[in-house]
Design a protein around this ligand. Structure first.
Ligand SMILES: Cc1ncc(COP(=O)(O)O)c(C=O)c1O
Length: 416
């Protein structure tokens, strides 16, 4: 990036801002997320690209009423700075939700409100990662998590997934071989980008490894409450790792997928020492999550609207997931395989060998359909994901799913 530097005596010369970037930015991608977000407003494209909640689920009138009431009745709280760890009433509300869902109530010092799930990752990396520290992630994994750790020059290593989630046996071998991660990042429920979940047995094994080798598990539960089965994440769902081992697990939660990402609201629950460090780190980033958003989320939840929205969300996303896999069955060529999600926002499609899904995305755009190619979800050096695609069905209208998948299938077939 360049700019013209004016100088009255010497005219202007071109200043290269890229030369002045901090070294740590070199490992930072970001273009993929920018591309996903920039497509957000496109109306003529069937877009399977972003993990955006379906906007018709937003309860606009309820929210307008809550906002008007809070602004009129409590401007001294709702329009003011908040404590860095979050407003007390909001933390009590979130602690109650955790108690109901996970059977464990965090102590006051074990819970903070964050500005979304990504904030928790950023604060954790900022507080604990020195250049070269090892962080283990799932391969493939959420782009934002990769960026948070790379942003602090972590040595990020990937462990593959299978149908039961992260291959904890592969991690165990790496640990036995001497690898010493500070953090292991996992998305155990309906993972982004694969839709796969970590089995109950592996959750226990991972917790055992964390205690034995002394690393922190960062458990990202962004989609945990969006299971399609009856009562998920009720007693039948595998336990959260935070509920199993609050001594070695930091849970990063978000209200983006079950409420609204516009609020930038989430939580972090974990060991008091770790949460305390995140609070200090937050003091010199955004200082606090916005009070108006915190109170609106709390009022919305206490009024029962969150539970109703989650129930409606599960039903809607379950239907879209089914329509997506049915369309894949109808249109994809032989040799293509895909995951069948039991919750969340994503189907992970593996095209026949040799198909380059990055190269095909331009052809897809020409057909007015968009997806995210698989490659950026892996570490660059692994070279994996070249024939894979993440399909986010969450925000594609029911009646467009079949047509959108047919267009993607046509593009894939044209490459065979
Ligand atoms: C796995 C996962 N974690 C965290 C987030 C971040 O959500 P937010 O920062 O909006 O809370 C996302 C968003 O796509 C996600 O997919």
């Amino acid at each position: 990036m360049t700019a013209l530097l004016g100088d009255q005596n010497q005219g202007s010369h071109v200043l290269n801002w890229d030369d002045r970037l901090a070294r740590r930015t070199h490992a930072l991608g970001g273009s993929e997320i920018t591309a996903i977000l920039s497509l957000a407003g496109a109306t003529d494209v069937i877009t399977f690209s972003g993990g955006f909640p379906e906007p018709s689920l937003f309860q606009t009138q309820v929210l307008a009423d809550i906002a008007a009431r809070l602004i009129a009745d409590e401007p001294g709280v709702a329009l003011q700075y908040a404590a860095t760890e979050g407003l007390a009433s909001v933390r009590t509300y979130v602690a109650g939700r955790l108690a109901a869902a996970e059977g464990r109530t965090p102590a006051a010092a074990e819970l903070m409100i964050t500005s979304g799930g990504i904030d928790c990752m950023e604060l954790l990396a900022k507080s604990y990662i020195d250049p070269g520290d090892v962080v283990v992630v799932e391969g493939p994994t959420y782009l934002g998590g990769l960026m948070a750790f790379r942003g602090y020059e972590a040595d990020v290593r990937a462990v593959p997934l299978d149908d039961d989630g992260m291959r904890v046996d592969v991690l165990a071998d790496l640990l036995a071989g001497g690898l010493r991660p500070k953090i292991v990042y996992t998305i155990p429920d309906y993972q982004n980008p694969t839709g796969l979940s970590l089995s109950a047995e592996r959750r226990r094994e991972l917790v055992d490894l964390a205690r034995r080798y002394g690393f922190l598990i960062l458990e990202d539960v962004a989609y945990r409450e969006l299971g399609f089965g009856a009562g998920a994440p009720g007693p039948a769902a595998p336990p959260s790792m935070w509920s199993l081992a609050p001594d070695v697990v930091l849970q990063a939660g978000t209200f983006s997928k079950i409420f609204s990402p516009g609020f930038r609201m989430g939580w972090a629950a974990g060991p008091a020492d770790v949460v305390g460090r995140l609070v200090i780190a937050k003091q010199n980033s955004d200082q606090c999550a916005g009070a108006l958003g915190q109170r609106m989320m709390e009022e919305y939840g206490r009024g029962g609207h969150m539970d109703r929205q989650i129930a409606a969300s599960r039903e809607l996303y379950a239907r879209r997931a089914r329509l997506t896999t049915e369309a894949l069955t109808a249109h994809m060529p032989d040799g293509a395989t895909w995951t069948t999600p039991a919750g969340g926002f994503y189907v992970w499609l593996t095209c026949p060998e040799g198909v380059d899904t990055v190269a095909l995305s331009a052809a897809a755009r020409a057909q007015k359909v968009a997806y995210v190619p698989g490659r950026p979800f892996y570490l660059d050096d692994a070279g994996a994901g070249g024939n894979q695609i993440r399909l986010a069905y969450c925000r594609v209208a029911d009646h467009l799913i079949d047509e959108g998948i047919r267009r993607i299938a046509d593009v894939v077939k044209s490459a065979l």
